[in-house]
Design a protein around this ligand. Structure first.
Ligand code: FES
Ligand code: FE2
Length: 383
């Protein structure tokens, strides 16, 4: 099964969008899982999900059972959540591991760094070793991971370029925000579930064209003409605004700013889709991260997290800011789901792009098509 992608790779003025199959076909969903998610640096969760050493959270990502854990030394790691003995799931719910990760089946135990540390009765009753069971070779299988912007990024295949090389341009673009950032806590995280392919959430996020109609509230102060497109082929695309206005409480107090930002950020804000599945936003006084978790061709969970420059910001203000963004992201649901339903029209050709307004979306489609072509070429070469 291969879909035609040559039209997608044409210049924006002539290109079509990705064919329908990329939104509705389970076989293409699987192909994209390999080409776009497992072989790239994909967002899995946030490091704030495991704030203390020993904190462990089981997750399922594209069918894979994973364990997100902060080891005793404080390092965030991702393992397959599967025992090396008979393949039992190790951790069933979020908890703090006090000693070791103990498999509930035959009690093999692993350190929080993944080492297999005990194997009770493996050599017969009362004998905890056996020469055939070599502990150093039977640690938990670790998934390559990296933390940036509090996001835990994983590269499942292990062969993507190092994170700093793969993300060099965005790291550079937002270098000024490379400073302490604090998750707002329980009131600063929420989840939205959408009946849509994950790519439609990316496509909608990276353009500002829809603002006047979908976000009338936002558009009342941040108008279409105040926005600019951002395109970095191969890495990210999105939009910026020149008129970010800080939220204030009754007393006129605002969130404290990031330190030492250049003047541009007095009124600017930027929103980038970092390919494949992470949506980030930065402002002078707060930031957010959205991790898109694909649950099937037509189902996506969005995990949203808000961050501040201090650990102890005003609770009421924080709640209002969360509500403000929640309203905006909820306003997007009907278009993301509407585009998904639209993709079942068999004669739809993938659509067209406004060269003036849809560059960021086309940039993403072109990246998707390019990665799939590379993946297909490799698969052919391996035959
Ligand atoms: S399956 Fe884990 S100890 Fe046996
Ligand atoms: Fe939107």
């Amino acid at each position: 099964m291969t879909t035609p992608l040559h039209n997608v790779r044409r210049p924006v003025a002539e290109a079509n969008g990705l064919p329908n199959a990329h939104y509705i076909d389970p076989a293409v969903f699987d192909e994209e899982k390999q080409a776009l998610l497992f072989s790239q640096w994909a967002g899995l969760a946030v490091a704030s999900d495991v704030p203390e050493p020993g904190d462990a959270v089981p997750l399922t990502f594209l069918g894979m059972p994973l364990l997100l854990i902060r080891d005793k030394a404080g390092q965030v790691r991702v393992f397959q959540n599967t025992c090396r003995h008979r393949g039992m799931i190790l951790v069933d719910e979020p908890r703090r591991i006090a000693g070791a990760i103990r498999c509930p089946y035959h009690s093999w135990c692993y350190g929080t760094d993944g080492r297999l540390v005990s194997t009770p009765h493996v050599g017969g009753p009362g004998r905890n070793t056996h020469e055939a069971v070599k502990r150093p070779e039977l640690g938990l299988v670790e998934i390559r991971s990296h933390v940036w912007f509090d996001v835990v990024w994983i590269n499942v295949t292990g062969d993507a370029p190092p994170f700093d090389a793969a993300m060099a341009d965005v790291l550079d673009r937002w270098r000024e925000f490379e400073q302490p950032m604090y998750h707002g806590g329980a009131d600063s995280r929420f989840q939205l579930s959408v009946n849509s392919n994950w790519k439609l959430a990316v496509e909608n996020y990276c353009e500002s064209y829809h603002l006047p109609w979908v976000h009338p509230g936002l558009n009342s102060y941040s108008r279409l003409e105040d926005h600019y497109n951002i395109e970095k082929p191969g890495e990210y695309s999105g939009q910026g605004t020149l008129v970010y206005r800080q939220l204030g409480n009754e007393n006129g107090e605002t969130f404290p700013d990031f330190k030492g930002l250049s003047d541009k950020w007095d009124t600017a804000a930027e929103y980038l889709a970092i390919y494949p599945n992470v949506l980030l936003g930065v402002h002078r006084d707060h930031a957010f991260a959205i991790i898109l978790v694909p649950e099937g061709p037509e189902r996506t969970v969005e995990n949203i997290h808000l961050y501040y420059t201090q650990p102890d910001t005003d609770e009421g203000l924080r709640a209002r800011n969360t509500q403000l963004w929640k309203t905006v992201f909820e306003e997007d649901i009907f278009v993301v789901e509407g585009m998904q339903r639209g993709r079942h029209a068999p004669l739809f050709d993938g659509g067209r792009f406004s060269p003036a307004m849809d560059g960021a979306t086309h940039c993403f489609h072109d990246w998707v098509a390019g990665k799939i072509e590379t993946h297909r070429a490799r698969a052919r070469a391996a035959e």
